[in-house]
Design a protein around this ligand. Structure first.
Ligand code: 1SD
Ligand code: ZN
Length: 262
């Protein structure tokens, strides 16, 4: 499902709809979030559970991104905010980046791109599995984190950056050298966690299913130029450098983006 796609030429985003019809739908992601065009709201607190327990984690290059998974099921859970009382289970996180430090994020804020975006994908517990969740409009909740360039490396991301050279080609998972605290990759500061945009959209990769509740944090994290550059050395299935893997923004159509005010 959704394996035969790329980011350039005949397999690039403008062709995805030929094979994957949902990609030309009206509620697609990513989008450009215009801050003057959001509805301010005050939702119940968004809550993350389990992110402070160290877990054995694995990273893999699937030819489209670097994906991190955790060995135990239900290592982390998400609830509250736009999800109300529904519980969502952590499945994986992965990254989108660009050829240089001026592009790479999928969502834009006021037309501004960031050099990287991380997606933490959760599925609704009621649906039992990610595959079943993909059949429902409220199947996934995806946390989106934007990054800026900083002069210093971000130590929280070093465990992942350090294994990238070992997964340069597509294939097997590699264990991180030490158990990972997911909370260190997520918002470090619980106060800023309630300041986010939320809207209904899709997977940003084929099959582009419109099944995701997106939660985009306003606060940005930082990575050094060298940390960002390490991702651009990964290779695709065909052996080319995976220099960029972000989908261009899609029309908002009739949707309203909410801004939760902490
Ligand atoms: O790109 C991911 C894809 O790898 C897969 O994780 C899918 C469903 O889990 O989600 C998309 S995305 O919308 O999170 N970019
Ligand atoms: Zn993604």
């Amino acid at each position: 499902l959704g394996e035969d796609f790329g980011y350039d030429g005949n397999h690039g985003p403008s062709h995805w709809g030929e094979e994957y019809h949902a990609c030309i739908g009206k509620h697609q992601s990513p989008i450009n979030i215009e801050e003057h065009n959001v509805k301010n709201v005050s939702l119940p607190p968004l809550k993350l559970f389990g992110i402070d327990n160290p877990s054995l984690s694995f990273v893999a290059n699937n030819g489209h991104t670097v994906m991190l998974k955790i060995n135990e099921s239900k290592a982390a859970m998400l609830s509250g905010g736009p999800l109300e009382n529904d519980v969502y289970v952590f499945e994986q996180l992965h990254f989108h980046w660009g050829e240089n430090d001026y592009e790479g994020s999928e969502d834009l804020i006021n037309n501004h791109s960031f050099p990287m975006e991380m997606h933490a994908v959760f599925y609704k517990e009621d649906y039992k599995s990610i595959n079943e969740a993909l059949n429902h409009p409220d199947g996934l909740a995806i946390l989106a984190y934007l990054y800026e360039v900083s002069p210093n490396p971000n130590p929280m991301y070093e465990p992942i950056v350090q294994v990238l050279p070992e997964i340069e080609t597509v294939g097997n998972e590699k264990a991180l050298r030490e158990p990972l605290l997911l909370g260190r990759l997520f918002v470090p500061d619980t106060a800023t966690m309630q300041d986010y945009f939320t809207y209904n959209g899709s997977l940003t990769t084929p099959p582009c299913l419109e099944v995701a509740i997106w939660i985009d944090f306003k606060d940005h994290q930082r990575l050094s130029h060298e940390q960002l550059a390490a991702f651009r050395d990964l290779r695709t299935q065909e052996g080319n450098k995976l220099t960029h893997n972000f989908r261009p923004v899609q029309p908002l159509e009739d949707r309203i983006v909410l801004h939760n005010i902490p």
